[in-house]
Design a protein around this ligand. Structure first.
Ligand code: GUN
Length: 287
């Protein structure tokens, strides 16, 4: 039976530390950090994510505005909003909630965000910084995954890590971050030949595919560390569930994260960390 790593608990601890730190900022630097979130349209999942981000800001003492734009917003209108935020010296972080409506080109939007305010770490300059081991902003979910592993002092160096999923947001960057910690990394995906066998080799298995419970117990080595990044709706119950068949996999894994209460809250606390780090760069403070 695995030890369940609670991302929720860890994120609460992290947020408490951030709250203490932020409470000293106004006196030291004359203003508070500010995160601006842009939401285009009213996709229910996006609305819920954006609400969660606003709540976390309020808990920590980070100023937050959510700019809600209609689904019909043109790309030019959205780019104008971003340009204003880029120029606003009181805004430290800009986040455009994805996905965007189909008539808007996400790449153009991401590219328009000033890299120093790109708290998602999605701008090509920040992506390149990760790949070249230069200073930049790390994407939130991969950062949260590494923090979860470190919170239990789970060794990464020399371990075989299998990342299932190759998205720009999670799969690719987390693979690079694990490689930088000297893991031997395999990136698997929907076309991987004999996926169960590949997954069974993993000491650390990261599931980031977006398919409800596709990682079954037969795909997991005894004693593996299993991190579930999936956020899916159970096709039968409609409840939130991960990419991992938690009930069965927990019997084989040594450590496992849950959905909900696992990586999701870590993504938000890392977003808060990124916002504070951007702020400190802007005000010239020490980290
Ligand atoms: N949509 C789903 N995940 C994310 C994320 O991490 N950042 C943004 N901006 N949109 C998302």
């Amino acid at each position: 039976m695995a030890i369940i790593i609670s991302g929720k608990e860890l994120s609460l601890q992290k947020k408490e530390i951030m709250k203490q730190k932020v409470s000293t900022f106004e006196e030291k630097y004359g203003r508070l950090p500010k995160l601006s979130v842009i939401l285009v349209g009213d996709n229910p999942a996006s609305v819920s994510y954006v609400t969660g981000k606003g709540k976390a800001c309020a808990e920590i003492g980070i100023l937050n505005e959510t700019i809600k734009l209609p689904e019909s917003t043109t790309q030019e209108e959205l780019l104008n909003v971003i340009e204003k935020l880029n120029k606003n010296v009181l805004v430290d972080g800009i986040l455009v909630q994805l996905p965007l409506p189909k008539h808007i080109d996400s790449n153009s939007v991401i590219n328009a965000i000033k890299p120093e305010k790109d708290v998602d770490g999605f701008h090509p300059q920040n992506v390149a910084a990760l790949y070249l081991k230069q200073k930049g902003i790390l994407p939130c979910t991969p950062r949260g995954i590494i923090q979860v592993l470190d919170s239990k002092n789970l060794p990464i160096q020399g371990k075989k890590a299998v990342v299932v999923g190759r998205s720009n947001i999670v799969g690719l960057p987390v693979a690079k971050m694990l490689l930088d910690r000297n893991a031997t990394v395999v990136i698997a995906h929907s076309k991987t030949y004999n996926l169960p066998e590949v997954c069974r080799e993993a000491d650390i298995l990261i599931a980031a595919v977006g398919r409800a419970r596709m990682i079954t117990a037969d795909m997991v080595k005894d004693g593996a560390v299993v991190i579930d990044v999936g956020v899916n709706r159970d096709p039968e119950t409609g409840k939130l569930c991960g990419d991992v068949d938690f009930e069965n996999v927990k019997e084989k894994a040594s450590y496992i994260t849950k959905v909900p209460g696992g990586i999701g809250p870590m993504t938000i606390s890392c977003l808060m960390e990124n916002t504070i780090e951007c702020y400190l760069e802007h005000v010239g403070g020490n980290k």
